[in-house]
Design a binder for this molecule. Structure first.
Ligand code: NAX
Length: 333
């Protein structure tokens, strides 16, 4: 059997981790491989973190070989094969967006430096804490000895939201929806694109456009796209707290496909834009359609030509990322 994977999860005492840790413990996310979990949080949350450790022990999972709860990033990231960076500074009352960006840039820059020093040389990093793309960029930039390709940010939740809304509208199981993808930033400027989306039933493949029929294009631009962009807010308004279980599930999808391959499917991940064939500026962490080989090597998906309307939306999300980058770099210089 393969040795256990060392998996670090930050924000271990937070609400996403409270779902994520137990989803991993059920097995399957890493095939039948066991995990050596390291849960990291800050001192102020250490009691709550300890409770997560107790509950995890009480799950008695055969997939969890060990679980360490710690407030020391060095201990959490030592030889880590996977780092799920969920913990972030939340927006406090009256806090400006720019101060939030600066606080998080500091956190992710520091964590990148620790990963650079002690993580496995092939550590796969998934940034979830917001602003996720820019945090991932700062993390990547302070870990120059790790491959750039190993730094990603989560946009799988946005992709899953898009597929879910399409499936509900068309009236098919969501598993039949393929090639619905997300471009750009994990923010309200993100660009959900269903131009190449299909409904696949066995060997029968139909375009989503054909299934939506007349008025479909209008529904996509007036309902679907803003619906996906605002879904997080809609959940907060109804629940009084932000999406947690769906986010945890999307993290499992993202890392499962990255470690085990996406089985020929196109999936959305925010990755380094260097060398992308879509005309997006280099030096960003940007969500693209990608395909992932079984060994974990991802490549940009082919066939996703960009029409004019999508191009201008992509330019807007790119501008936002360039601004975020500038502010984050200035704040941490
Ligand atoms: P919570 O506030 O419940 O938990 C965050 C945890 O992180 C807290 O326990 C906190 O103490 C810890 N933390 C803060 N600074 C830390 C540090 N330096 N090292 C380690 N731990 C630290 O938030 P939760 O609902 O779990 O969400 C976590 C993050 O995910 C937020 O930034 C949120 O905005 C972001 N999200 C990103 C999504 C995405 O698709 N990319 C979707 C879901 C979610 O909104």
């Amino acid at each position: 059997a393969l040795p256990p994977l060392r998996v670090a999860i930050t924000g271990g005492a937070g609400q996403i981790a409270y779902s994520l840790v137990f989803m991993i413990a059920r097995g399957g996310v890493f095939g039948d491989r066991a995990v050596d979990l390291r849960l990291l949080d800050i001192e102020a949350a250490s009691d709550k973190l300890r409770a997560v450790g107790m509950e995890l022990q009480d799950v008695a999972s055969p997939f969890v070989l060990r679980c360490t709860c710690t407030t020391d990033p060095l201990e959490a990231f030592m030889d880590a094969d996977v780092a799920l960076l969920v913990g972030a500074r939340p927006r406090g009352p009256g806090m400006l967006r720019k101060d939030l960006l600066a606080a998080n840039a500091g956190i992710f820059k520091a964590q990148g430096a620790v990963l650079d020093e002690v993580a496995s040389r092939d550590c796969k990093v998934v940034v979830v804490g917001n602003p996720a793309n820019t945090n991932a960029l700062l993390c990547m930039r302070s870990a120059p000895s790790l491959p750039k390709r190993n730094f990603t940010a989560l946009t799988r939740l946005d992709q899953n939201r898009t597929a879910g809304m399409l499936a509900a509208k068309i009236g098919v199981p969501v598993s039949m929806i393929r090639n619905a993808v997300i471009w750009g930033n994990h923010s309200a400027t993100q660009v959900p694109m269903v131009t190449f989306a299909t409904v696949e039933e066995g060997r029968a493949v139909e375009t989503v456009a054909a299934r939506l029929g007349e008025g479909g294009e209008r529904w996509v631009s007036e309902e679907l796209v803003p619906g996906v962009q605002q879904r997080g807010k809609e959940v907060i308004a109804a629940r009084g707290a932000s999406s947690a279980a769906s986010a945890a599930s999307a993290i499992c999808d993202h890392i499962r496909d990255w470690v085990m391959g996406s089985d020929g499917r196109v999936v959305s991940m925010a990755v380094s834009s260097d060398g992308n064939p879509f005309g997006v500026r280099e030096g960003l962490i940007f969500s693209f359609p990608v395909v992932i080989e079984a060994g974990g090597a991802w490549r940009f998906a082919s066939g996703f030509t960009i029409d004019e309307a999508t191009r201008s939306a992509i330019e807007a999300t790119q501008s936002e990322l360039l601004e975020e980058r500038e502010a984050a770099l200035a704040a941490t210089a």
